[in-house]
Design a binder for this molecule. Structure first.
Ligand code: C5P
Length: 208
């Protein structure tokens, strides 16, 4: 049997990470949070004193990326969010990060979460989930998450920054955020994490 790839895509704070991590544990598969690659790339650009929206600086940072960069503790928060989605629009950045993602899943299979796993990274994934929720629900979840981490913000600011980032991720020409034609769309607006997990597990089991 071929290694199972589960693609989990969707906009910010829809519950992709929580779901993907649980699916990976349940299925005994490695898990990759692909957003960390873009976040770490954005951080490198900021460290260099450059602009994450400058394509040459962004591509150079992606090519120099080191696995240790993904362990940094400054990859969350408004500045990191914005830098990540800035570098993510650069085709050269996406090309530089593609082989790492494919190699990660190729041998043993994997659960990967991101924006383009089902459309670009693994277009032949065994299961594709597109996890979404209303903008209000997602902004509220992110606001709660930040508050729990001691990064209290005004909820309206969190909502506005998230809307801007999702828009940028959706309208870019390179691997825009959108569900693959054969993705199962899971709207988590009215569902808790356990319910989402149960639904997703059912989809994975029926796909095998
Ligand atoms: O998933 P996360 O919010 O950590 O991703 C941060 C940013 O990285 C996203 O807003 C998006 O611009 C970019 N990203 C991407 N493709 C992926 C994962 C993340 O473009 N597969």
């Amino acid at each position: 049997t071929v290694a199972l790839i589960v693609a989990v895509d969707g906009p910010a704070a829809a519950g992709k990470g929580t779901l993907a991590r649980r699916l990976a544990a349940e299925l005994g598969l490695p898990y990759l949070d692909t957003g960390l690659l873009y976040r770490a790339t954005g951080r490198r650009v900021l460290d260099a004193g450059a602009d994450p929206f400058d394509p040459a600086a962004a591509e150079a940072a992606a090519r120099a990326l080191d696995p240790a960069d993904m362990q940094r503790d400054d990859l969350r928060g408004a500045e990191a969010d914005r830098a990540a989605s800035g570098v993510a629009a650069v085709p050269g950045v996406r090309a530089a990060l593609l082989d790492f993602q494919r190699d990660f899943g190729r041998r043993r299979g994997a659960v990967l979460d991101g924006r383009d796993i089902g459309t670009v990274v693994f277009p032949d994934a065994g299961v594709k989930l597109f996890v979404t929720a209303s903008p209000e629900a997602r902004a509220h979840r992110r606001w709660l998450e930040l508050r729990a981490k001691g990064m209290a913000r005004a909820e309206a600011d969190v909502a506005a920054e998230m809307a801007e980032r999702d828009e940028r991720d959706a309208i870019r020409a390179a691997a825009p955020l959108r569900p693959a034609a054969d993705a199962h769309v899971l709207d988590t607006t009215a569902l808790d994490a356990d319910a989402v997990f149960a639904l997703a597990l059912e989809l994975v089991r029926s796909a095998r």
